[in-house]
Design a protein around this ligand. Structure first.
Ligand code: MLT
Length: 245
């Protein structure tokens, strides 16, 4: 019998330094991975993530201008001079169709960077929960890390709750063929089970949810709490580049 070991890490900083799993699932529910999933579902060609704004600019300058959108967020707000911020509601088909989005956010893009050498890297949100769980259950990697983005190095409630949703659903799908790799996975599942029917309320309680409310992004929170609205699984096709297979 083949076992999957499932690990959860609350932040990129808490992931082990010298190891990588066969498959890493990155979560930044408010809002980077929700935005990536939305952009690809709306027809974007790919999303390329950068921790550093200068690298983003240099790389996007090499791309045909009419097929390129630059997106940046710091502290929850859009960075001036960029085409887009990090509100998923701005990533409509009319805006993103066939474009490559060069994106940098405060925490989410750092999480991708941390695991980018893993053989499989996936972006997960509540929007594509079942699609991610189906993909991982079918491909059955030996070791899976669910990596929350947190906020500037510390824990964030919403990422761990979403990590718990993924862990719970994978465990439900695989049963005895999946075992917990660390205590964080069990804690994340407990958090999810406590709040699963009130995820939007949990996001509003969370410190980053409150930050977004102060920035009048009320609708973003409602949107990020939607479950299973799209079937897409963004997968890394080159370091830092996410696309739909
Ligand atoms: C991040 O990457 O830190 C978040 O996605 C912040 C945000 O809500 O834009």
């Amino acid at each position: 019998l083949f076992f999957m070991k499932l690990y959860t890490y609350h932040t990129p900083e808490l992931t082990p330094d010298q190891e990588l799993p066969e498959c890493a699932i990155v979560v930044d529910i408010l809002r980077a991975t929700t935005t990536i999933v939305t952009a690809l579902a709306a027809g974007a060609e790919a999303v390329e993530v950068f921790a550093d704004l200068d690298k983003l600019k240099a790389r996007s300058d090499e791309h045909p201008d009419q097929l390129c959108l630059r997106a940046a967020e710091r502290g929850g707000a859009a960075v001036s001079g960029f085409d887009l911020g990090n509100s998923p509601l701005d990533y409509t088909a009319a805006v993103v169709n066939q474009k490559r989005i060069f994106m940098s956010t405060t925490n989410g893009t750092r999480a991708f960077q941390r695991v980018q050498a893993a053989p499989t890297v996936i972006a997960a949100a509540m929007l594509n929960l079942s699609a991610v769980v189906d993909y991982v259950s079918k491909t059955n990697p030996a070791e899976v890390w669910i990596v929350g983005s947190g906020w500037e190095g510390s824990y964030s409630l919403e990422d761990t709750a979403c990590a718990g949703a993924i862990a719970h659903e994978i465990k439900t799908a695989l049963g005895d063929r999946c075992e917990w790799g660390n205590d964080e996975s069990i804690a994340a599942v407990c958090l999810y089970q406590q709040w699963r029917d009130r995820l939007e309320a949990l996001f509003r309680e969370a410190s980053h949810g409150k930050r977004l409310l102060r920035l009048d992004r009320d609708q973003d929170i409602a949107y990020c709490a939607k479950i299973d609205t799209v079937k897409v699984v963004p997968i890394q096709t080159a370091p830092g580049v996410l696309a739909i297979n």
